[in-house]
Design a binder for this molecule. Sequence first.
Ligand code: ADP
Ligand code: MG
Length: 253
Amino acid sequence: MSQPFLNLDRVTKRFGGLKAVGGDDGLSLSVTEGHLLGLIGPNGAGKSTTFNLISGVLKPDSGTIRLAGAPLPATKPDRIAAMGIARAFQQPRAFPSLSVRENVMIAPDNPGEHIWAALTGRWRETDRGLADEAAALLSVVGLADRVDAPVSTLSGGELRMLEVARQLMRHPRLLLLDEPTAGVDPKLQKRLGALLGELKQGGTTIIIVEHNLHFLLGIADHVAVLVRGELLAEGPPDAIRRDERVIAAYLGA
Ligand code: ADP
Ligand code: MG
C-alpha cells in the first residue's frame, strides 16, 4: 500500500468549550492520491473547520496533517498553498469591478502584481498566456460566454464556478471544494462533475464538502461522515448509502 497523499492524524480543534473537530480522540482520515473524498455531515459538523485546518487558516490544537508524508506547517496558508493545496471557499470573494477573466488571472502565484496590472489595465504582453489559460479554464467550468463580462453580473452559481476556475489556475495537487454545487444549476453541476473526473484522471486529489448527496455519491471514491466533529463512518459511496448509522444520524434527518 502506498502512503496516503493527505493524512490527518488525531487532529483536534476547539473553539472555547466547543469541540469543533476531533472530539476527544482526534480526527484521523486519509486520502489516496488521485482519489475524490466526499466529506459530509450536518451543519456544524466541522467540515469547513477541517478545510481551515488543512489549508492553514487555523492551527490544530493537537495532531498532525501530512501531505505526501510531510507535516504541513501550521497557520502558514501561503506556504501550504505553495505546496500545492488549493481551497475554494464556501463564500467566494471576487473583485466586482474586474472582468470574469481578470478575476481568474489574478488567482495564481503573485496575486499582488496581477491585481495591480488588472486594476490599471496594464496587463503585459507576457500575460497573454495567462489570459488564454484563464479563458480556457472558464470554458471548462461552463463560463465560456461570460469571459469578458463584469464579475458583478454573475449569478451566485456562476460565482462558485469562477472560484473553481481561479483555484485551477494554480494547478493544485490537492483541491478542496466547500459546497461547490450550492446555487449552481443542473447543467453547470454536470459540467463540474465531468471536470472533477478529468482532474482525477490527471492525478489531482480532491476533497469535496457537499450537501448534494446525489451529486457527491455519484463522483466520490470514498466518503467520510462527520457528526459533531467526529468520524461517524467512512467507506465507498454504496456502503455509506446503506449504513444504518449514517441514515439515522444524517441521511434520514
Ligand atoms: P460545517 O462546515 O460542518 O457546517 P463548521 O466547521 O463551519 O461546520 O463549524 C463547526 C462548529 O464550529 C460550529 O459549531 C461552528 O459554529 C463552530 N465554529 C466554526 N468556526 C468558528 C470560529 N472561527 N469561532 C468559533 N466557532 C466556530
Ligand atoms: Mg461549512
